[in-house]
Design a protein around this ligand. Structure first.
Ligand code: NDP
Length: 400
């Protein structure tokens, strides 16, 4: 069917690329382009001969729009799948606009110097994408991504009105290290050390980091402590789910992870303010990233499961109802299939599905859209087909 340019070749990209290669009818030709081209070449060598998908590679600095434009003009993809870091989103969107190419990503833009997650910068491209006749699909990972599609599906099939959404992200995996992060450490630590926030009655409520704790018993994992965090899908769901009164996001963390994080914070290692070290300016968090285990190396050692989903409360035919949609994913099964742990897997599979739906026209609409703005049904079917089957419960335990 078409050609996909994938930018980035880290943990999430590796899974998405494996999945594109399993789906050769749609992804006939892919180009893997990243900063370190040797990683792209190594993945190409691993996959070639196992797939009908034609694979090429390229070196690109995605902070440079002209380089991106030159690459898109020479490769001529139907879609660009951005799996680099959130810092590159706008440069890649600029290149897509200049070349009239559809755009998909998994995380919203974040300026490097402020650790501020919000959609304003990318939503500001709406009119330009509409005029150019191209689609930008924002946040096609698990959360955001699948959680957004779950919300659209619940609204379409189960409710007349959704009033409360609790998004629960549980990682019951154990990698055996005293401290490591499951995806890019810099992005991960910026996310969890930020203030918590939730949406209630039309505005944001704010908490100190990790101030609100709940305990939940997750199917497939067991009882875990979880903490209220800010998360980017809250912002778009608050606009796109009519009648919503409150949206909260909880993520599980073990006590050891939190103690390590507190200690690193207390000594200044998680700061994004540059400091001078031996005559050179360094950012402590980037230095910390360099000494922590590479998330891509966690695959073989991580055992256990993830359980991520949304609990909805609202009304159907005038009656109150509750509904829980979730996916359980096993770290070792992911490793056996694609050589990665479940956090990269649960993000990389939806990234491939989003790119597929834009490429085959199912989810094409000129403009800039969040996942819940499209018909959820084809995405829900694809989750079952491509490795992230979902489960539902009409009688879930609620979070107080
Ligand atoms: P990694 O750090 O493993 O990979 C990032 C990749 O991007 C690396 O290959 C890196 O290259 C490349 N890259 C970074 N900067 C540039 C640049 N300037 N030009 C070209 N390539 C560049 O990150 P992950 O795979 O863990 O995460 C990828 C994305 O997925 C992130 O945006 C993250 O926020 C998002 N994510 C979304 C989730 C969701 O559920 N929605 C969940 C988890 C992650 P190099 O190899 O040279 O470092």
């Amino acid at each position: 069917m078409g050609r996909c340019l994938i930018i980035g070749c880290g943990g999430v990209a590796s899974v998405a690329i494996h999945k594109c290669c399993q789906n050769s009818e749609v992804f006939e030709d892919i180009c893997i382009a990243s900063r370190t081209v040797s990683k792209c070449d190594a993945l190409k060598a691993k996959l070639e001969g196992t797939t009908k998908t034609k694979i090429s590679t390229a070196q690109v600095n995605a902070d440079n729009t002209d380089e991106l434009i030159a690459l898109i003009e020479s490769y001529k993809p139907d879609v660009v799948l951005n799996l680099a870091l959130p810092y590159q989103d706008l440069k890649i969107m600029d290149a897509c606009l200049a070349t009239k190419t559809h755009y998909i990503d998994t995380a919203n833009y974040e300026p490097e110097d402020t650790a501020k997650f919000e959609y304003s910068w990318q939503w500001a491209y709406r009119e330009r994408f509409e005029k150019a006749g191209i689609t930008a699909l924002l946040g096609s990972g698990f959360d955001p991504g699948v959680t957004s599609v779950f919300s659209a599906y619940a609204l379409k099939h189960e409710f007349d009105e959704i009033n409360y959404i609790d998004i629960l992200d549980c990682n019951g995996g154990d990698h055996g290290y005293p401290f490591a992060t499951n995806f890019n450490p810099e992005i991960n630590i910026r996310e969890v050390s930020a203030k918590g926030s939730y949406w209630e009655d039309g505005h944001w409520g704010e908490t100190e980091p990790m101030e609100i704790k709940r305990v939940y018993n997750f199917e497939g994992v067991g009882e875990k402590d979880m903490y209220l965090l800010h998360h980017e899908e809250i912002e778009s769901l608050a606009l796109n789910i009519p009648g919503i009164k409150r949206i909260r996001f909880f993520m599980t963390f073990g006590q050891s992870y939190l103690t390590h994080l507190k200690c690193l914070e207390n000594v200044g290692m998680t700061s994004i303010e540059p400091i001078m070290y031996e005559g050179k300016e360094i950012i402590p968090l980037q230095f910390l990233k360099a000494v922590l285990p590479d998330p891509a190396s966690l695959g073989p050692r991580t055992v256990g499961k993830t359980n991520i989903g949304c609990i909805f409360r609202g009304k159907k035919d005038g009656k109150e109802k509750t509904y829980y949609l979730y996916n359980i994913c096993d770290h070792q099964e992911c490793y056996r299939e694609v050589g990665s742990q479940a956090i990269s897997y649960t993000t990389g599979v939806p990234a491939m599905i989003g790119a597929m739906l834009v490429m085959n026209g199912t989810w094409q609409k000129p403009g800039v859209y969040n996942m819940e703005e499209f018909d959820p049904d084809p995405f829900m079917d694809a989750l079952n087909k491509w490795g992230l089957p979902w489960k539902e419960s009409h009688n879930p335990v609620l979070v107080d």
